[in-house]
Design a binder for this molecule. Structure first.
Ligand code: SF4
Length: 319
C-alpha cells in the first residue's frame, strides 16, 4: 500500500455521530451517455475489467448485496458509523446516463429494492418517456434531473443534446415530471444544476417555480477532466445569490464540498473519490467483488466533516 493511501482520516472523529434518515450510495452504472456536456466528469480510467458491471446480472446482484450488507444501518463495524448513524440506505443510480440501459435499469432497480435499498435516479431526462416513467417512478424515492439552462443556445453550447441534435423541450420535461408525480405521489423531484461559464449569468427562478422540486442542487462546475467551462468565485456566488429565494430547497456545493464526501461506486464496481482541486482524475479502490466492501472501502480517503455537513446543511436527504 502506498504512503498516499495511508491518509485515511476516518478516525478519530471527535464529534458525536449525526443521525440522518438515509445514507446514499451513488452507483455510476455506466459511463455511456447520449449527451456530451463539455464539463462531464463521468470518465473512469484504469478499468479492472473490459466490460461495465451492469452487463452481468449475477455480479450486479452480488455487488448490490455486498453494498447493502456493509452499509446497512445495523452494521456497527462500518467506519462511517463514527460520523453518522442512519435509518435507511439509498442507492442513487447515476451515470453517464442510466436510462440508456433500458430494461437493465429496471432490473437493477428491482434488484436493489429486493435487497433492501431505497432507490433514486439521476438522469438528463432525455429518455424518460411516459412508458419508462410508468415503470420506474413507483420504485423511486427521488427522481433527479440535470438542468442547466432554459436557453436552447446555452444547452447546445454546453453539449446538452443528442448526437442527432435532438433536445428535450422544457415543456416536455415539465409534463414528464408532472406525470411522474401522478404515477407516484410520494416521489420527490430533485433538480441538479451545474453552474459553469455558460449559464452562470442566467436566472432559473421561473423554471424552478414551475417544476417545484423538493430539492435543488446547485453545483459549481468541477474541473476534474476539463476546465474549459470553469466558473469564477464571484460568478458562482452571484448565481447562488440571484436564486436566494429558493434557499429552503437549495443545496449549494462548491468544489471543495465535493471532495471525499460522497460514497461513489464506478461502472466497474470500485469505490472512487474526487481528489482535492487541482489534482485531476479520481482515486480508486480495488474492485468490491470479490474482495468485499470492507477491504475496498478501507482504501478510500474519506472526509467525515465534509460528509457530515453534506447531510446536515441540506434539507431532506443528501446524495
Ligand atoms: S448528461 Fe451527465 S453524463 Fe451525460 S454528458 Fe452531460 S454531464 Fe456527462
Amino acid at each position: 500500500m502506498s504512503k498516499d493511501n495511508l491518509i485515511f482520516p476516518i478516525s478519530p472523529v471527535k464529534a458525536a455521530p449525526v443521525h440522518v434518515d438515509a445514507l446514499t450510495i451513488n452507483w455510476h452504472v455506466t459511463e455511456a451517455c447520449n449527451y456530451r456536456c463539455q464539463y462531464c466528469y463521468a470518465k473512469w480510467t484504469d478499468h479492472p475489467c473490459p466490460r461495465e458491471l451492469f452487463h452481468d446480472r449475477d455480479r450486479s446482484q452480488q455487488l448490490l448485496a455486498e453494498l447493502f450488507r456493509y452499509f446497512q444501518p445495523t452494521n456497527t463495524s462500518n467506519p462511517l458509523r463514527d460520523a453518522l448513524s442512519w435509518r435507511t440506505l439509498r442507492l442513487n443510480l447515476a451515470g453517464g446516463e442510466p436510462s440508456i440501459l433500458g430494461e437493465r435499469l429496471l432490473d437493477i432497480t428491482h434488484a436493489a429494492k429486493q435487497v433492501g435499498f431505497e432507490v433514486s435516479l439521476i438522469s438528463n431526462a432525455s429518455r424518460l418517456t411516459s412508458d419508462v416513467i410508468k415503470q420506474l417512478a413507483p420504485q423511486l424515492t427521488y427522481l433527479g434531473v440535470s438542468l442547466d439552462s432554459t436557453h436552447s443556445g446555452t444547452n447546445l453550447a454546453i453539449g446538452r443534446l443528442e448526437r442527432s441534435g435532438q433536445r428535450l423541450s422544457l415543456n416536455e420535461l415539465t409534463a414528464n415530471l408532472d406525470f411522474a408525480r401522478q404515477v407516484n405521489p410520494a416521489l420527490k423531484i430533485k433538480i441538479n444544476t451545474v453552474v459553469n461559464a455558460l449559464n452562470a449569468g442566467e436566472d432559473l427562478s421561473g423554471l424552478i417555480t414551475r417544476v417545484r422540486p423538493e430539492r435543488w442542487k446547485v453545483l459549481r462546475m468541477l474541473p476534474i477532466v476539463d476546465a474549459t467551462l470553469a466558473v469564477s468565485d464571484e460568478a458562482f456566488a452571484a448565481f447562488v445569490e440571484r436564486h436566494s429565494a429558493f434557499r429552503s430547497i437549495q443545496c449549494v456545493e462548491d468544489n471543495s464540498d465535493m471532495c471525499e464526501s460522497y460514497l461513489m461506486v464506478d461502472p466497474y464496481g470500485r469505490f472512487f473519490q474526487n481528489q482535492a482541486a487541482g489534482k485531476g482524475s479520481y482515486l480508486y479502490s480495488r474492485p468490491i467483488l470479490p474482495s468485499g466492501a470492507a477491504e475496498a472501502f478501507s482504501e478510500m480517503r474519506f472526509n467525515p466533516a465534509g460528509f457530515r455537513s453534506r447531510y446536515t446543511t441540506a434539507p431532506g436527504e443528501a446524495s
